[in-house]
Design a protein around this ligand. Structure first.
Ligand SMILES: [Fe+2]
Ligand SMILES: [Fe+2]
Length: 165
């Protein structure tokens, strides 16, 4: 069960509730991400930031929130040599995340491609505003997680999920 801060906007919650309730999605908590975070926490950071950016920019908030949440939906450890494949994980994991998302949830083409292109400039370029938003939100979130900057995101009206790190 994921516990969220009371500051998380309910308008956001209704867009992603079904994903947050999914047990496979919740299993992302077990994987480390960006040294100081886990994949579940990181995915929620990217999702909430994508939703907020989409609101500000007049882009589709639902697609941004959902693609942001699913952009790293890979149920394996990126750092385990046993999961190594022919291409580097930086290029490989978006493909796995897009396919895993499609097999678990009813995602549309824009959401699928936003997941697939989130690592740009590593890999293909985003083609939609939602794709650009998710790609930027991913980098911004990775930076805050690496540097443990939480203050800005904790302010009232912003976020942050309360789940174990
Ligand atoms: Fe990623
Ligand atoms: Fe990510």
């Amino acid at each position: 069960m994921i516990q969220l801060s009371e500051q998380v906007n309910q308008d956001y919650m209704v867009l992603v509730e079904d994903i947050l309730e999914d047990e496979d999605f919740q299993s992302l908590e077990q994987y480390r991400q960006h040294v100081n975070s886990n994949r579940l926490q990181h995915s929620m950071n990217v999702s909430y930031l994508s939703w907020w950016l989409a609101k500000k920019m007049g882009a589709d908030e639902r697609m941004a929130a959902r693609a942001g949440l699913l952009h790293d939906f890979c149920m394996y450890d990126f750092y385990d040599p046993a999961n190594a494949c022919q291409e580097p994980q930086i290029l490989h994991h978006p493909k796995i995340a897009a396919e895993t998302s499609r097999s678990h949830f009813d995602i549309n083409r824009i959401e699928y491609e936003a997941i697939l292109t989130h690592m740009y400039p590593f890999g293909p370029k985003p083609f939609s505003r939602v794709g650009w938003i998710v790609s930027h939100a991913d980098k911004m979130s990775a930076f805050t997680e690496l540097t443990r900057i939480r203050v800005g995101l904790s302010r009232k009206g912003r976020m942050i999920p309360v789940c174990g790190i």
